[in-house]
Design a protein around this ligand. Structure first.
Ligand code: FMN
Length: 209
């Protein structure tokens, strides 16, 4: 039995293409794995606190030396970290916002990157100075963009700070088995949007072939 963590970062509760894709994925997963369990973490429509001075002090104080105030400062971070640690599969739906991810997702990332807990430093490691501490996890990314041209060899490839960023963060956490489904054109013509949507939905379906 697997535990699936589903994270949605779109501020749009309805008419959201990233939510459409994560919902389709969840529906198909349930059909194929009826005994698996799900946890849903809403980001787009909730307040994820930014890290502040109390958080930083607490996170970088050894656990057995933390004051009551320290513990309080990272209580929510602990909840989010536990969700990640308990997940076998991480499903993330996210729009592109200003070439990157919505600020709520960035705030979430800052809450769950915890030195010595979810990641660690190992300078000299080829390719990355980080060694992630989350093990045996698979991630699915459902990434949507209003525009287009962010793919490999395409005109705006150099402006994509969404997919490469999320993959680097997942690697920092130790999650290297990552499958991505992308949908472009969501704010373009009805025809382009519809074609992209059909294509992305087919890619989701193909994950279960
Ligand atoms: C604040 C904001 C910034 C955006 N920035 C970009 C962008 O840089 N590039 C892009 O292609 N689309 C951009 N979009 C469009 C969204 O990625 C697009 O509408 C997407 O479908 C929203 O996700 P959703 O359909 O899951 O709600 C932006 C939208 C918003 C609201």
């Amino acid at each position: 039995m697997k535990n699936i963590l589903v994270i949605n970062a779109s501020p749009n509760q309805s008419d959201s293409y990233s939510r459409l894709l994560t919902e389709r994925f969840v529906e198909l997963w349930k059909r194929h794995n009826p005994n698996d369990t799900f946890i849903f973490r809403e980001l787009g429509n909730t307040n994820i606190p930014h890290v502040n001075q109390h958080w930083v002090k607490a996170a970088f104080t050894p656990e057995d030396a933390r004051s009551t105030e320290d513990k309080l400062a990272i209580t929510f971070s602990d909840v989010l970290v536990n969700e990640l640690q308990d997940a076998d599969v991480i499903v993330l739906g996210s729009p592109m916002h200003n070439l990157s991810v919505p600020s709520t997702l960035k705030a979430y990332i800052d809450q769950v990157i915890r030195m010595g807990v979810t990641t660690s430093l190992a300078p000299g490691t080829p390719g990355s100075p980080y060694v992630g501490l989350l093990e045996n996890k698979k991630a699915y990314l459902f990434l949507v963009r209003g525009g287009y041209g962010f793919g490999k060899g395409e005109i705006y490839e150099h402006m994509d700070f969404q997919e490469p960023y999320l993959k680097a963060i997942l690697q920092m956490l130790g999650v290297t088995d990552v499958t991505t489904v992308k949908m472009n054109h969501t704010t373009m013509s009805e025809e382009q949007r519809s074609d992209s949507c059909t294509n992305a939905q087919a890619q989701v379906d193909a994950l279960f072939d």
